[in-house]
Every structure is written in structure tokens, then in C-alpha cells.
Design a binder for this molecule. Structure first.
Ligand SMILES: *Cc1c(COP(=O)(O)O)cnc(C)c1O
Length: 373
């Protein structure tokens, strides 16, 4: 049987813009500074293998993911570049990591010893990066306690201690005080490590915010996730001319209806027409990842903003098109992205949800087909 026609709501990924964003980043980046492309959570909903391929074509030295499955999926789509797994690995995952040639973050002694034993048994070397917790208190070995572990691990023949890294709790806001404290802690440890003649290929600390705003923390490599996707990690971080979002979300008008004054719209009757109105129904809702809203938010149709009215449903959203009388059934509607001179940014949608851009990007559900163009 032929595959059914696509539903009239979808996510568009502009691979041309993605390549352009990488050119902009490459022109900005000192040539000796390597970069790791973070493609966790399906590259923030953009499609991990597509974004990974573009990143590698643009010169990425590494890919980064969090779950073992994410890494295996990249290997299964024939990507054989170095892959770094962030987070804490359970000992049960280590054999798989070795088999698929994955680099892990190992930052506690118990896991390290288990990995060493396994490497010896398989007669292989375990490549890993050691995370230093300099103040985020998430993963990694606390900075004051890390030196004995680094020394012990560096001396073990089963290991290739390829990297040492830390992660900033806040790199993209104007106040860099805490980031500078974290950097100082990291630098002190690196100094002690160098004094002991322990060499690591990759020292890294920066995410997108750090790459933009903390050049003194670049070290050998930066880890960028959101920036190549054309979205800034914050409102105040440095801007790069030409960088544009890669993802848009679009739908089409499913039906148009006329309201008389006093008519109600949607579940909970959250909207009452004060005057006769014309409204359109969009076949997209909170079940697709749009925030659940009531009389808030706008979309673009015929190059103009149309407000959402009433409460949106799992599968439907109603908009007021009284002021855009040219609207027709199946007109294209932009939920996130550009149309004409107007743009609905991911940040604007994040505000509706009281959340951040990362949450909105990753929140578009898989029931929305991804179209690459
Ligand atoms: C997600 C993540 C990044 C990427 O952050 P962006 O702000 O998207 O650039 C970098 N490093 C680590 C450890 C991460 O978990």
C-alpha cells in the first residue's frame, strides 16, 4: 500500500540554514579550537542523524549524546565519528560502550575500576573523559577531590584518559561571577594535573553560552548544542550576524467558521465573542507540543499575526482571523518561524509556557512529521 498523505501539521528543518549557521560558527571560532556537536534528545528535536551529519561535514571533532540508545542509533545510521556519552554510566552499560566504540564520561572510582576490568578481559582500551564538578553539583568528581582519581586513572594501562571537562551552571547571562569561580576551580585542577605531567588531548568547559561569551574558557574544544540550530541560549549573550533558526512548525487552516456575538469557543468556554467574528481551526494542539494556552499566543497566516482564542485542545487550536479576511481553508499557517516580515520565535512560545527555548524545541512531538528542506 502507498504511504498515506502527510497530515497538515509538520516540523520543517532547513538544512541549508543549518549549513550556513555552521559556516558562521566556523568563521567565528579560532581555527585551533575544536568543537563537539551535542545531538542529544534527537538533536533537540531536529533529528540526530541529520544534524550529526551536517556537524561532521562542518568539521565537528566529536558528537555528544546522553543515553546509550542515542549513541547506538548514530552508529546504526553509519556514523563512525567519536561519540561522547554524557551523564553517569551504569556498569551494565560499559560492555556496550566498548563494543560500539563510545567514549564515556567516567568520574567515579568504582565505575572506573569496573571499566578497567572489562577492558582487560576484552583486551581493549577504554577511552574516556573525566568530568569535574566545579559547582553545578550534577555529574562529575568534585574539584577538590579529583586529583587522586585523575592520577590513578591516568596511570592505568587499560585507559586512554582522552579528556577532562567541566560544565557551567550559568554561562549565558550577563553576570559571569559564578562561571568565573567555576573556571578558577577548573584551572587550579588543570594546573595540578599538568604539574604531574598528565597529558589529556581535550580539555573542555563551554556550552553554547560559554562559546559565545567566555573565550577564556574555550580550552581545546567547545560543546555546542543549541547554537548551530540558530537559537541563542539567552537574551543577553553575544549575537552572530546571519545566524537563523533551523526549525519551523507549520500547519494549515482546517476549517473557517463565523461566530455571532455571544458565541463561545472551545473546551471550558474560555472565549466569548463580543462582536461577530470569523475564526479558523488549526489541526494542531498541545498533543503536538504546543503549550496548553487560554486566549494567549499568536500564529502567522497571510503574513499577519492572528491571536489564539479560547483554550487549545490536544489536537486543535482556534484563531481569530476577522482582520485577515482573505484567509481560505488549507492556507498555510506558521506556528513557529517566519512568514513574510513576521516571526514567531521559540522564545515567544517558551514564554507562553513559562519555560525555556530548549524545552520548546525538544517538546515538539513525533506525531508531527519532520520535513527536511
Ligand atoms: C546539553 C549540554 C551541552 C550543550 O548545551 P547548549 O547550551 O545547547 O550548547 C554542553 N555540555 C553538556 C555537558 C550538556 O549536557
Amino acid at each position: 500500500m502507498q504511504s498515506p498523505p502527510m497530515r497538515p501539521a509538520w516540523v520543517e528543518i532547513n538544512l541549508g540554514q543549518l549549513a550556513e549557521n555552521f559556516v558562521i560558527i566556523n568563521n567565528d571560532r579560532p581555527p585551533e579550537l575544536k568543537f563537539l556537536a551535542i545531538v542529544k534528545d534527537d538533536a533537540y528535536g531536529h533529528g540526530a542523524s541529520e544534524i550529526a551529519r551536517a556537524a561532521l561535514a562542518a568539521g565537528a571533532s566529536y558528537l555528544g549524546v546522553v543515553t546509550l540508545n542515542e549513541a547506538i542509533q548514530l552508529r546504526e545510521s553509519k556514523i563512525d565519528s567519536p561519540i561522547l556519552l554524557f551523564g553517569e554510566r551504569s556498569e551494565t552499560e560499559l560492555a556496550c560502550c566498548l563494543e560500539f566504540g563510545l567514549t564515556c564520561n567516567i568520574s567515579n572510582r568504582k565505575t572506573a575500576l569496573a571499566a578497567a576490568k572489562l577492558a582487560e578481559k576484552k583486551n581493549k582500551k577504554f577511552t574516556f573523559h573525566l568530568e569535574i564538578d566545579t559547582g553545578m553539583n550534577r555529574y562529575g568528581q568534585r574539584w577538590q577531590k579529583a586529583l587522586p582519581l585523575v592520577s590513578e586513572i591516568a596511570a592505568m594501562p587499560q585507559f586512554n584518559l582522552e579528556g577532562i571537562f567541566t560544565h557551567f551552571a550559568m554561562s549565558d547571562e550577563s553576570d559571569k561571577t559564578y562561571a568565573m569561580l567555576q573556571l578558577q576551580r577548573f584551572n587550579e585542577l588543570l594546573f595540578e594535573i599538568e604539574k604531574r605531567n598528565i597529558k589529556v588531548k581535550y580539555r573542555h568547559a563551554c556550552n553554547s553560552g560559554g562559546f559565545l561569551d567566555l573565550p577564556m574558557a574555550h580550552f581545546d574544544m567547545v560543546r555546542i548544542g543549541i547554537l548551530p540550530l540558530g537559537v541563542y541560549p539567552s537574551k543577553v549573550c553575544r549575537r552572530m550576524a546571519g545566524l537563523q533558526p533551523v526549525m519551523s512548525v507549520k500547519t494549515k487552516i482546517a476549517t473557517i467558521r463565523d461566530l455571532e456575538s455571544g458565541d463561545k469557543v472551545g473546551y471550558g468556554m474560555r472565549y466569548t465573542a463580543a462582536t461577530p467574528r470569523q475564526i479558523a481551526v488549526l489541526p494542531i494542539g498541545y498533543g503536538d507540543g504546543y503549550p496548553r494556552v487560554r486566549n494567549r499566543g499568536t500564529v502567522l497566516v497571510r503574513g499577519k499575526r492572528a491571536p489564539i482564542i479560547g483554550g487549545n485542545a490536544m489536537d486543535a487550536t482556534m484563531i481569530d482571523i476577522t482582520d485577515i479576511p482573505a484567509c481560505k481553508q488549507w492556507d498555510e499557517v506558521v506556528v513557529m518561524g517566519r512568514q513574510g516580515d513576521e516571526e514567531i520565535s521559540v522564545h515567544e512560545i517558551a514564554e507562553l509556557k513559562g519555560s525555556v527555548s530548549y524545552d520548546i524545541l525538544t517538546g515538539w512531538r513525533s506525531r508531527l512529521p519532520r520535513i527536511y528542506c
